[in-house]
Design a protein around this ligand. Structure first.
Ligand code: COA
Length: 300
């Protein structure tokens, strides 16, 4: 029996690679091979080179991405991990190989995100859970919207106001302990502009809304179309406006517009423990879709 090897993905193997990846994960937004292939082929050559295949003989039996950080903070990110259903017995061996490869490239710590089905194997290799995220989906339902403030689609010149809103919304938020929704104003501006430009999928201007108190934005929902489904790219309500129905009004307004566009489902990602958001989502019919994506860490 031939041993497991870890090799850079060569583009002519991309189809087999993504087919295997889809078969080994249940936390994916889409199981369409075309969606995954198209995303991969649109990456820069440098990003494509972060993809590695686990091979047995000539057959791809697993997938992983390995990204090494800058020299001054040589942490590695290990993600995109999957094993083909017939090769799960090789999971621990595969993780050890990926970890060795990351350390051999100079990493001193590794952060990995993976489908929860692989958690026991990652734990056996020394990884400890840091946090987990889940996808939630709801059927689109229409209905009346009650809002104490004016709701209207955001406009591009409002990037500065939206940046300030989201910085305020996430200040002290539980996700910041996990390095999510952090950073200086410039990064936040890049984040908001990036949503408009397509970083989180095709921006949906007519299904996105801001809540205005006078000229001030006090809440916003930015919607995109990503991997075959409308997505809440971000939703936030300023602290002094919380628990007054604005989050719900933003979501309901967006759902009404998506229904007009003929959409059937609405999706989003949230961090486990973000209880206010999860309560709101459940109230509007969102339920967990697929497995959790766990993020875990390993120190050398
Ligand atoms: C999540 C968030 C948008 C909710 O906005 P909001 O305007 O306060 O929500 P609403 O007033 O419309 O709440 C509607 C319902 O959601 C649930 N809910 C909202 N906040 C809650 C909380 N803190 N605790 C428990 N349930 C809550 C309740 O069922 C609530 O109805 P009720 O007030 O009649 O009990 C807001 O807390 C926020 O901006 N959080 C930080 C950003 C964030 O986490 N965004 C989600 C990204 S995935």
């Amino acid at each position: 029996m031939s041993a497991l090897r870890l090799e850079p993905l060569s583009t002519h193997d991309a189809e087999a690679y993504w087919r295997l990846y889809i078969s080994g994960r249940s936390d994916l937004p889409s199981t369409s091979l075309t969606d995954h292939l198209d995303r991969y082929l649109a990456l820069s050559p440098e990003e494509q080179r972060t993809h590695f295949a686990f091979l047995r003989g000539d057959a791809i039996v697993g997938t992983v991405r390995i990204e090494i950080g800058a020299a001054e903070s040589p942490g590695a990110n290990l993600y995109g991990f999957a094993m083909g259903p017939e090769h799960v017995s090789l999971t621990k061996d595969a993780i050890v190989r990926a970890v060795d490869a990351a350390f051999a490239r100079g990493a001193s710590s590794i952060t990995s995100s993976f489908d929860e089905r692989y958690e026991a194997a990652f734990a056996a290799a020394g990884f400890r859970r840091w946090f987990a995220r889940m996808r939630m989906e709801a059927p689109i339902r229409t209905g009346p919207v009650e809002s104490a403030v004016l709701l209207k689609p955001p406009e591009e010149p409002e990037v500065a106001l939206l940046t300030r809103l989201f910085m305020d919304v996430y200040e002290g938020h539980m996700e910041q302990a996990f390095g999510i929704h952090v950073g200086p104003e410039e990064e936040w501006r890049g984040y908001v502009t990036g949503i408009f430009k397509g970083d989180a999928g095709r921006y949906l201007p007519s299904a996105s809304f801001v809540g205005l108190e006078g000229k001030r934005i006090v809440g916003a929902l930015l919607a995109t179309h990503w991997m075959g489904c409308p997505l809440v790219a971000d939703l936030g309500v300023s602290k002094e406006w919380r628990r007054r129905g604005l989050g719900e009004a933003l979501l309901r307004s967006s759902m009404n517009r998506l229904a007009d566009l003929g959409e059937k489902r609405f999706a989003l990602y949230t961090t486990l423990g973000n209880d206010p958001a999860i309560s709101l989502y459940r109230r509007l019919g969102f339920e967990q879709a697929g497995a959790q994506t766990v993020t875990a860490r390993l120190q050398m």
